[in-house]
Ligand binder design. Structure first.
Ligand code: ZN
Length: 296
């Protein structure tokens, strides 16, 4: 077993975290949060087992069920049980998470794994999680009602904000490469999901044919999406893991274009807030963002 981080390392990491959070508050207008301020040495990480039907491609968060574990082995064990019940299940390893209760009380836990991370990875994670709190603070329903909008936006914001932070702090960062990889991964996830959606919405195919095509599509994308990813803890390519990665990817490209045309992230955030409040629905919000990015 890996050595537990010593007190000094935990303290050093905590100081860095509060510096990054303060930067986010000042530069991007993020709210003060409790995220990552509570150290939980007993938690080896955050592992969500997520599962769904094998026969129906998930369209919304509600189509998946989940249970949270703080131990990878326990999570894998539970996941196996779900598979034995004939379900598509996988272990989703997340660096941080918030839910309505935990954010108000404690924020996302700081785990021993975080202590070993470099500052850039910490920055991406912190900006992502604090972004979720920002959405809740301003009650931006047209973002929060569609998990694909909220997670894609939180993800690309996390990366873009981390680049701003790194540049300000004179840290070495290859921004173009950093982002190019993110966009490429997101595009792959979207392509895989859309291919699968086409198969499963095709009424001319019977379930055996669909199943065969499902396996073919997963084989094609296994390496590029599921194999070397930290989020897909057990490397399982199935409907549950595909939907989750799609959720974090669907609007990455669109919001990247939006951020790219703005050089001040704080005003970009204010603009997002206004559009989210003015728009009539999550779909309308996306249309407004599309209009803005094409017009510039
Ligand atoms: Zn998130």
């Amino acid at each position: 077993m890996a050595n537990a981080p010593d007190k000094k390392a935990v303290l050093r990491c905590s100081v860095r975290i509060s510096q990054i959070k303060k930067f986010g508050q000042q530069q991007f207008g993020l709210p003060k949060t409790k995220n990552f301020s509570r150290y939980c040495p007993e938690k080896s990480g955050c592992f969500f087992v997520q599962w769904c039907s094998k026969e129906k491609i998930p369209q919304k968060d509600k189509d998946l069920e989940e249970e949270l574990f703080f131990d990878g082995k326990e999570a894998s064990c539970f996941c196996r049980k779900k598979e034995q019940e004939g379900l598509d299940a996988f272990v989703f390893k997340v660096p941080g998470f918030i839910d309505e209760n935990s954010e108000k009380k404690f924020g996302s836990p700081l785990t021993p794994e975080h202590i070993t991370w470099n500052q850039r990875s910490l920055a991406v994670m912190i900006f992502h999680e604090d972004f979720h709190v920002w959405v809740r603070k301003f009650k931006l329903k047209n973002i929060s009602l569609d998990d694909k909008i909220e997670e894609s936006l939180a993800s690309i914001f996390g990366y873009v904000a981390a680049i701003f932070w790194a540049k300000e702090k004179h840290k070495k960062i290859n921004a173009r490469r950093f982002l190019r990889g993110t966009i490429k991964d997101a595009d792959l996830a979207c392509a895989a999901y859309e291919a699968m959606e086409n198969v499963y919405q095709n009424n001319n195919l019977n379930s055996a044919e669909k199943d065969a095509l499902k396996r073919k599509i997963f084989n094609k994308y296994q390496k590029s999406i599921f194999n070397d990813s930290s989020w897909c803890f057990d490397r399982k390519a199935n409907f549950a893991s595909l939907y989750v990665i799609y959720k974090y990817s669907k609007y990455i490209n669109l919001f990247y274009k939006f951020f790219k045309t703005r050089n001040n992230l704080k005003t970009a955030m204010q603009q997002i807030e206004i559009i989210a409040k003015k728009s009539k629905s999550p779909d309308d919000f996306i249309e407004c963002i599309k209009d803005l990015t094409t017009k510039k």
